[in-house]
Design a protein around this ligand. Structure first.
Ligand SMILES: *Cc1c(COP(=O)(O)O)cnc(C)c1O
Length: 368
């Protein structure tokens, strides 16, 4: 059994993907070829976001977004410690400082009351919130919009795990002033290497992002008006993503069916990530909360004995990572993130996981 089975999806799309790759080999436009333009149009249609700038990775999407908003060294950016390192890393790469806010114990997303308390204390200290849609579940954007208006803030959505998710039909990547996603192979919409995309409805920001993507280009490639990066998505990866995007809506439905089947069996035995009404998760991860670290170890061992993979996202919350020693956070600063990190366990999740496989996994978890 696989944690994420990419081969099953490939066998479904083989003809289209192979043809797409071959077309690129034939026309040879490996950088910013026609497939990149088509993909950006299709991503824009899918999310209803006016502008889409594909790029080299989810990390670069976050970095470029911060650059486009002119974030300066020493600026504070609000985010959560219960996320992949890339969220905070992009902030640190600019010399800005991640200011962590604990998560909600039910959704694992940024805790709105703690966030507002923090902003209220020093309303002029903050200009940008970077909420993470953890495991594919959108953060509380209704309340985030209220905070945005009240305190004049910008929102950069870390949608690396949540492409295809939605709130009341509004698609992720189109919640914030800027949305950032990743096409890393294991994400809900993955390519066969590294890739990402940035979404915005603001034309000025979009133009700045297009410039940053190619070394801060101005009128042409050899006119440089700002500091940028080499942040393009390969044409080959765009060709792979085009047919994958066509079936994504179906795959999101299948992922939700898988989650439902898991829920029906595990609900009585474990606390699970709470999906608020009107929210559709893209289920980048399906996770259960064990009683303790020991209980988790025990379940992981049972699964391993039956060759069933499982994984911990995330073992160490970011405020306790060595890289952030200089920020002087300590154990106890974010009790919910610390507690969840000590007990969470992610189970195999992909659109093609069968009910039989799910039952088999659950039997092992619940068995002696
Ligand atoms: C994967 C991920 C990223 C980074 O994406 P890459 O494409 O791997 O650079 C950023 N934030 C979160 C929450 C992620 O899960």
């Amino acid at each position: 059994m696989k944690f994420i089975d990419l081969k099953k999806q490939y066998s479904k799309l083989k003809e289209k993907i192979d043809r797409g790759i071959n077309n690129v080999l034939e026309h040879g436009k490996y950088i910013m070829g026609p497939e990149v333009i088509i993909l950006e149009k299709n991503l824009s249609d899918f999310t209803k976001s006016k502008h889409v700038i594909t790029c080299s990775s989810g990390t670069d999407a976050l970095l470029m977004s911060l650059m486009s908003l002119n974030v300066k060294p020493g600026d504070y950016i609000l985010t959560t410690p219960f996320t992949f390192i890339a969220t905070a890393e992009a902030i640190s790469l600019i010399g800005a400082i991640p200011e962590f806010i604990d998560i909600d114990s039910n959704t694992f997303n940024i805790d709105m009351s703690r966030l507002e308390t923090k902003i209220k204390k020093e309303p002029n200290k903050y200009k940008i919130i970077m909420p993470v849609n953890i495991f594919g579940l959108p953060a509380n954007y209704t309340e985030l919009f209220d905070l945005k208006e009240k305190y004049n803030l910008m929102i950069i959505e870390d949608a690396a795990q949540s492409f295809g998710s939605s709130i009341e039909g509004r698609m992720s990547c189109n919640f914030g002033d800027i949305g950032c996603t990743s096409f890393f192979p294991a994400k809900p919409l993955g390519c066969y290497g590294d890739g990402g995309a940035i979404f915005t409805n603001d034309e000025d920001i979009a133009n700045i992002l297009r410039s940053i993507r190619v070394h801060g280009t101005g009128a042409d490639k050899y006119d440089n008006v700002r500091v940028g990066i080499n942040g393009r998505l390969d044409t080959m990866q765009a060709a792979i993503l085009i047919p994958k995007l066509e079936i994504l809506s179906t795959e999101i439905k299948l992922r939700n069916k898988v989650a439902q089947t898991y829920n029906q069996i595990l609900d009585k035995h474990f606390d699970l990530q709470h999906i608020p009404s009107g929210y559709v998760s893209s289920w980048a991860q399906y996770s259960i909360l064990c009683d303790s670290s020991k209980h988790r170890e025990n379940i992981m061992r049972k699964l391993k004995n039956k060759n069933i993979p499982s994984a911990i996202y995330y073992v160490i919350p970011l405020h306790l990572q060595g890289v952030y020693d200089h920020l002087n956070y300590k154990m106890g600063d974010f009790p919910v993130s610390e507690d969840i990190s000590s007990r969470i366990l992610s189970l195999p999740m992909h659109p093609y996981l069968s009910s039989e496989e799910i039952k088999q996994i659950c039997d092992v978890i619940l068995g002696d």
